[in-house]
Design a protein around this ligand. Sequence first.
Ligand SMILES: *[C@@H]1O[C@H](CO)[C@@H](O)[C@H](O)[C@H]1NC(C)=O
Ligand SMILES: *[C@@H]1O[C@H](CO)[C@@H](O)[C@H](O)[C@H]1NC(C)=O
Ligand SMILES: *[C@@H]1O[C@H](CO)[C@@H](O)[C@H](O)[C@H]1NC(C)=O
Length: 258
Amino acid sequence: MGSCRIEILTILSVLLLFFFQFQSIHGWGEDGHLIVCRIAQSRLTKRAEEVVENLLPKSAENDLGSVCSWADHVKFIYHWSSALHYIDTPDNLCNYQYERDCKDGNGEKGRCVAGAINNYTTQLLNYGKHSKYNLTQALLFLSHFMGDIHQPLHVGFTSDRGGNTIDVHWYTRKQNLHHVWDDNIIETAEERVYSSNVDDFIKAIQRNITTEWDDQVKQWETCSYNKITCPDIFASEGIKAACEVGIQRCNRRFSSRR
Ligand SMILES: *[C@@H]1O[C@H](CO)[C@@H](O)[C@H](O)[C@H]1NC(C)=O
Ligand SMILES: *[C@@H]1O[C@H](CO)[C@@H](O)[C@H](O)[C@H]1NC(C)=O
Ligand SMILES: *[C@@H]1O[C@H](CO)[C@@H](O)[C@H](O)[C@H]1NC(C)=O
């Protein structure tokens, strides 16, 4: 137990680091997604800014962050979309391959968060032309999935369902590891460091993007081979990060107890 606890703490601190390292960030609860989308919206090109403004529902008042959890809320109405939030990779392998891993529970190819990012990016590239798709939904899905794919446990091991079956304690509360990573870490940081003010949290991250991490931004923004989007790279980074901080060892210890 002792050593697993330490491993979890390590995971958490690495996560915080990881979280702050990326501009268009991880798979998360309400606030995580809101933060990702507010930062993303503030960095759009003029043209993209206009398109986003046009596509957003009126009720969002041009705040992408306010509707970034929409995809979580519709999972239960659009059952087909729930497999699009994550990727299951083979247990303990610690790597990801589109061909092998991007599928849903029925084995249907391309139905995972990386496939969905490709899908909704392609739909949005047709903005202005006739599209059979609802591009407001495409925008809301894409913004949400760009968050999810950067949460390492959304590209996780199959048998523990991305940490959902791993029980841990977050301070005094019993939680599963996936939930801790999606919500608790962010909420606790927000409460303790930013007096529960999400705008201050966002400002602090943005300040780092323009100072500390400035030299990395170009790399975050570009995909190799002039590709428009590169979800396979994000997914590979996620599973690698999760493994490096010891989910694998921790997981093994937990599963031997089940
Ligand atoms: C692509 O988008 C359409 C429209 O939302 C959806 O019906 C389809 O399931 C999506 N496929 C993937 C892999 O995202
Ligand atoms: C597109 O989807 C949004 C969000 O679900 C919905 O409010 C809107 O009515 C849809 N637009 C059309 C033309 O169906
Ligand atoms: C900003 O960067 C510094 C130095 O790397 C780090 O200590 C701090 O936690 C970062 N703050 C945020 C909000 O990312």
